[in-house]
Design a protein around this ligand. Structure first.
Ligand SMILES: *Cc1c(COP(=O)(O)O)cnc(C)c1O
Length: 384
């Protein structure tokens, strides 16, 4: 049972209608993995995102893995990937025995730097098989610039939109730009099925192949016959029911997270040394997590001191993702920084903090977080 006095970074927020879809599945005895909830969830999410088709799978990681398989990524191939992200963006590269090359962020979106991407391409001895672009914390990357570069080199894009469901880029939904888009319904995401993911694309044929690979790659034969290696990656019909009810309230959840962000900005948007993650012009950030950088010289305390102080009050806050090029797992892997001299993701990791951002946070809970931070800011002022 979750601790009711603890304020979490992002906790599941049920709508109350999940049970209806689950009960329906029980009534029809559709407990078997696939079934009508899966089909409907796929259709509804594809319509929401504005793409031709969607395949429901067991996790966002599984969706990325399937995308790489469909793009023919094999042992020895290179795959370019955003560095500032959760490890799940890159683990599937390793599943395929391929080699990641990490690309830095740029300051406007904290996402993949088109300049660094261009340098990586121009210096590549062989072209990568795919580019994995992440939309961090619910902010779309600069998709026009990135797509233009990748199109010029003829390399397909996998858009890791696990954190950006409901966000927009120039009027189109985040996740609809790459050859494949990926969503996650893990417990801490903006909507959840407790665990699950979705692979989306305008290539209906490719998604048919994805469903085939995700169900052990079983050939059409009266007996069990298999000609290639597959996975057990499909979403269960029960969880898809949860997903359908969650999708109904997605826009409300985006609205609630954006207003949590706005409260923080009202409270200490002007604080010296505090810089909130920007929302780039022409995009809509879903504010999955409110993130900011703290300059210790100006603010008078470090990001870690803030995180520790919040922890004393049973409030969960975290540093931003540790860039993948700094992970022990990826020691020695190639990395292209934003400019030759400056790595943006290193700086964001050093200074970045994620604040509690759940759509189910009460006014009182937001007040609790704000007052702890305000007290820290006051104390610094007094001691000056
Ligand atoms: C959560 C997340 C994933 C993985 O999703 P799972 O459903 O947990 O496998 C991938 N990429 C990013 C950026 C994520 O935040």
């Amino acid at each position: 049972m979750a601790d009711s006095s603890r304020i979490y970074l992002s906790s599941p927020h049920m709508s109350g209608r999940e049970q209806l879809y689950i009960n329906e599945a029980f009534d029809q005895n559709w407990i078997a993995p696939l079934g009508p909830n899966v089909d409907n969830f796929e259709r509804e999410l594809a319509a929401y995102t504005g793409v031709e088709d969607a395949a429901a799978v067991s996790s966002g990681t599984a969706a990325i893995h399937l995308a790489l398989r469909l793009l023919g990524v094999e042992a020895g191939d290179a795959v370019f990937c955003s560095s500032l992200t959760f490890i799940a963006s890159a683990n599937p590269i390793l599943y395929q025995g391929a080699e990641p090359v990490f690309i830095d962020s740029e300051p406007d979106t904290w996402n993949m730097s088109p300049d660094a991407l261009e340098r990586a391409f121009s210096e590549a001895e062989v072209l990568p098989k795919a580019v994995i672009v992440v939309n961090l914390y619910g902010q779309s990357a600069k998709m026009d610039e990135i797509m233009a570069i990748c199109d010029r080199y003829g390399v397909p894009v996998v858009e890791d939109a696990a954190e950006s469901l409901g966000a927009e880029y120039k009027g189109k939904k985040s996740g609809s730009f790459g050859k494949f888009g990926v969503f996650s319904f893990n417990g801490n995401k903006i909507i959840t099925t407790s665990g699950g993911g979705m692979l989306v694309s305008n290539d209906v044929k490719a998604l048919r192949k994805a469903r085939f690979l995700a169900t052990q790659a079983r050939d059409p034969a009266p007996y069990y016959q298999h000609s290639e290696a597959g996975y057990n990656y499909r979403m269960s019909n029960l969880l898809a029911g949860v997903g359908r009810a969650q999708l109904e309230v997605l826009d409300d959840r985006v609205g609630a997270r954006r207003s949590v962000f706005n409260r923080y900005v009202e409270a200490f948007g002007e604080a010296v040394g505090f810089d909130f993650m920007p929302e780039m012009n022409g995009t809509k950030h879903n504010r999955w997590l409110t993130t900011l950088t703290i300059d210790p010289e100006k603010a008078g305390f470090t990001p870690m001191q803030l995180i520790d102080r919040l922890a004393e009050y049973n409030i969960e806050a975290r540093p931003v993702w540790k860039p993948l090029h700094l992970q022990p797992l990826f020691e020695g892997v190639k990395y292209y920084s934003h400019t030759q001299e400056h790595s943006v993701s290193d700086e964001l990791f050093e200074k970045g903090v994620c604040l509690p951002s759940g759509s189910n946070m009460t006014e009182e809970q937001q007040e609790r977080v704000i007052s702890v931070i305000q007290e820290m800011l006051e104390r610094v002022k007094v001691s000056e």
